[in-house]
Design a protein around this ligand. Structure first.
Ligand code: GLA
Length: 380
C-alpha cells in the first residue's frame, strides 16, 4: 500500500491519493500516430501516487519500485539522467508551470503493479498519475483532455519517446467494463460496453521491448514517407488516415514496395477498428475475434513488429477452447498479447498458455485476466 509507504518515508499520512491505470489495446495498433482509430481498455493494474503539500517550492519524490528518493526545485526543473524514473513527474510539473499553473512543493510516493517495459503503458500511467496528482492536491480542475495532451508532451518532449496519444488517453479516460473508441485525429471518443461473459486475457512474453523504440521511430518515418509518395501521385493526403485500401491499390506502382506494405497495415487496421466497434456494439464477438486475428497477421507480415515469442503466444492461444481472438498488443518486439476469451474458459486458458509457452520456448510468461477499469480522470 503506497499510503503506508508514504507514511514510513515522510512520517505522516498523505493528503491525497490518486490512481492511474495501465492499458491494453484491443485493436488499432500503430494507427494513433497516423491520425487513425484505436480501441484500448484501461486495466486493473495501476500506478498510485500519494502525497502532501510542503512549504518550500521543492518536490521530494520516493519511488517504491526503485526504492529511491530524489528532490527537485520547481523553479528549475531539469531532466535527471540517473534517476530516469523521476523524469515523468519532472516533465509533467515543468509543463504545468510553463502553462501558467503555479504548483506548490510536495512530498510524494508512488508505485504500482503495472509491469514495466511490457507494453502495458506503465509510463503513460506514471505521467497521467502525476498530472492527476497535482490536479487533486491543488484542486486545479484540469480538463481531462488537457491532462492527456500534457502527459503525451512529457513523453515526447521531456522523456524523449515519440509515442502517439492512445496510451495517455486511455489511462485518463478509460471506463470500467468498457473499451474506448478514439479517433486520434480530432480526439472524439465514445465508451463501448464489454460483455461480462468474455474476459480480456493478457499474456506477457517476459521479453522486454528492446528494439521497440528505434524500430518505432523507423515505422513512424516510413508512414510519413508513404504519405509523401502518395501525395506525389496527385492525391492531397496529409496522413494515412485519409487513404482507403482502393487508393492504395491504385498507388501500388508509385510506392516503394516496403512502404506500400507498411501503409497497407495502417489503412487496413483502421478499417478493422471501425468494423470491430460495430460488431462489438451488435454483440458479434466471433467476428470481433476474427478481426483481432487479422490485425495480428497484418502486424506480423506487413508491419513487421511482432516477434517469435509473440507469435508463439498467439498460436498457443488460438488452440485453446473458448478463445475468440488473439493478437500482439502495443508497440511490439516483445511485451504482451491480448486475447478475448469466454469467461468460463479464462482460467484454463491462462494456465494452458503459460505452460505451453514454457514448454515451447523455455520462457516463463505471465498471464493476467484483466478487468476493464476506470481511468484516472474519468469522473473528474
Ligand atoms: C506504443 C505507443 C502508442 C501506440 C502503440 C502502437 O504503445 O506509445 O502511442 O503508437 O505503441 O499502437
Amino acid at each position: 500500500m503506497i499510503e503506508q509507504t508514504f507514511q514510513q518515508t515522510f512520517g505522516s499520512p498523505p493528503e491525497v491519493v490518486v490512481r492511474a491505470p495501465g492499458r491494453v489495446n484491443l485493436i488499432g495498433e500503430h494507427t494513433d500516430y497516423n491520425d487513425g482509430f484505436v480501441l484500448p481498455a484501461a486495466i486493473d493494474r495501476t500506478i498510485t501516487y500519494a502525497g502532501r503539500r510542503r512549504a518550500e517550492r521543492r518536490v521530494r519524490v520516493y519511488s517504491d519500485d526503485f526504492q529511491a528518493t530524489v528532490e527537485f526545485d520547481l523553479d528549475d526543473i531539469q531532466k535527471d539522467s540517473k534517476n530516469t524514473w523521476s523524469n515523468f513527474l519532472r516533465g509533467v510539473s515543468k509543463f504545468l508551470e510553463a502553462d501558467g499553473h503555479r504548483l506548490t512543493g510536495a512530498d510524494i510516493a508512488f508505485g504500482g503493479d503495472v509491469p514495466r517495459e511490457a507494453g502495458l503503458s506503465s509510463s503513460a500511467a506514471v505521467e497521467v498519475g502525476a498530472a492527476a496528482f497535482w490536479n487533486k492536491l491543488l484542486g486545479m480542475g484540469l480538463d481531462p483532455v488537457y491532462v492527456v495532451k500534457l502527459s503525451r508532451r512529457t513523453e515526447n518532449e521531456f522523456v524523449g519517446v515519440p509515442c502517439g496519444i492512445m496510451d495517455q488517453f486511455i489511462s485518463a479516460l478509460g471506463r470500467r467494463d468498457h473499451a474506448l473508441f478514439l479517433d486520434c485525429r480530432d480526439l472524439t471518443y465514445r465508451h463501448v460496453p464489454l460483455r461480462a461473459d468474455v474476459k480480456i486475457v493478457v499474456c506477457n512474453s517476459g521479453v522486454k521491448r528492446a528494439l521497440a523504440q528505434s524500430e518505432y521511430e523507423v515505422r513512424l518515418k516510413q508512414c510519413r514517407e508513404a504519405v509523401a509518395q502518395i501525395a506525389a501521385t496527385g492525391r492531397a493526403v496529409k496522413s494515412l488516415r485519409e487513404v482507403r485500401l482502393s487508393d492504395l491499390e491504385a498507388a501500388r506502382g508509385a510506392l516503394d514496395k516496403l512502404l506500400w506494405r507498411r501503409a497497407r497495415h495502417v489503412v487496413s487496421e483502421n478499417e478493422r477498428v471501425l468494423e470491430a466497434v460495430r460488431v462489438l456494439e451488435s454483440g458479434d464477438l466471433q467476428r470481433f475475434g476474427e478481426l483481432m486475428n487479422a490485425s495480428h497477421a497484418s502486424l506480423r507480415d506487413d508491419y513487421e513488429v511482432s516477434s517469435k515469442e509473440l507469435d508463439t503466444l498467439v498460436d498457443l492461444a488460438r488452440r485453446q477452447p473458448g478463445v475468440l481472438g488473439a493478437r500482439m498488443t502495443g508497440a511490439g518486439f516483445g511485451g504482451c498479447t491480448v486475447n478475448l476469451v469466454r469467461a468460463a474458459a479464462a482460467e484454463n486458458f491462462a494456465q494452458a498458455v503459460a505452460e505451453g509457452y514454457e514448454k515451447a520456448l523455455g520462457l516463463k510468461g505471465e498471464v493476467y485476466v484483466c478487468k476493464a477499469s476506470d481511468g484516472a480522470l474519468v469522473s473528474a
